[in-house]
Write a protein that binds this ligand. Structure first.
Ligand SMILES: Cc1cc2nc3c(=O)[nH]c(=O)nc-3n(C[C@H](O)[C@H](O)[C@H](O)COP(=O)(O)O)c2cc1C
Length: 257
């Protein structure tokens, strides 16, 4: 059993001052409100510095255990790009886009990334013991499911028995659940990316209407990878947005307890 528990907090002497950069709520909401899924793009390319800034924003998304089990593939090679358009079912949001990206979940890289986290922690001046414990013990407990997922039934039994007595994290159990953890983080990176593009005056369309097996082949990805979504980017054509934004009433989705 892991004694140091990161969920119990970090001693005050080890905490950092919160980042208090000035923000502009009006500008943020203008970005959110003007982001639309764009299906037809103008020909203007997206400058490399904008692409770089948006990739940087994507990689700053919150992510599970800071494990960063994600990848972003910018497909620029004309042959691969054409293949990707076809794998995206040749939908106009892909076919007319100057730039195509694929956001990928990589739960299979958890060991590598846990090792990198330990290296990063080692380079920090003061690191609470709980942080090391987290990446040495808790992360392996969460991510490893044994060969062929054989550990999963034992994990299920353990968490359900423990959960009878006290609050217990119920997952992830099984490879699909670990993939879901990585997909959540990759989806958040996708959202950061799309909002960043909008902030720079460009537009995007997320796409899950695609053949994920073909996309993996084009990008040379293993079966364990998850194609979170493809995202096209560019400047919207004059009639590039198909209609007004339609949303159901918030009362169906927002609850106070
Ligand atoms: C995960 C995901 C997958 C999507 N897949 C597609 C797609 O394959 N093709 C497409 O034209 N739009 C796709 N969309 C865009 C949605 O249709 C769109 O977000 C929704 O209709 C709301 O419109 P808005 O983004 O303009 O607010 C997808 C959106 C998300 C979040």
């Amino acid at each position: 059993m892991v004694k140091a528990n990161i969920f119990q907090g970090v001693e005050k002497k080890n905490r950092r001052a919160a980042d208090v950069a000035a923000t502009d709520a009006k500008a943020f909401h203008a970005v959110v409100d003007s982001r639309r899924s764009v299906r037809v793009y103008a020909n203007d390319p997206v400058p490399q510095e904008v692409v770089d800034a948006c990739l940087d924003a994507a990689l700053k998304a919150p992510n599970s255990s800071n494990m960063q089990t994600w990848e972003i593939h910018h497909v620029v090679d004309p042959v691969k790009k054409q293949a990707l358009i076809e794998a995206c079912l040749s939908q106009p949001a892909a076919a007319t886009a100057p730039e195509l990206f694929v956001f990928v979940a990589r739960p299979d890289l958890w060991k590598r990334n846990a090792g990198w986290m330990l290296e990063l922690l080692n380079a920090q001046p003061k690191v609470p013991a709980a942080a090391y414990q987290y990446y040495k013990k808790i992360v392996p407990l969460a991510y490893s499911q044994g060969p062929f997922g054989l550990l999963a039934p034992f994990k299920w039994l353990f968490v359900n028995l423990r959960g009878l007595r006290k609050p217990t994290p119920r997952g992830p159990i099984g490879k699909k659940a670990v993939l879901a953890v990585a997909e959540k983080s990759s989806a958040l990176a996708s959202a950061h990316f799309m909002l960043a593009m909008r902030a720079h005056g460009f537009d995007t369309c997320p796409m899950e209407g695609l053949d994920s097996l073909r996309v993996k082949r084009i990008l040379g990805l293993p079966r364990a990878a998850g194609i979170t979504m493809a995202i096209s980017a560019g400047r919207r054509a004059e009639e590039g947005v198909y209609g007004p934004r339609l949303r159901f009433d918030a009362k169906h989705f927002v609850f106070r307890h």
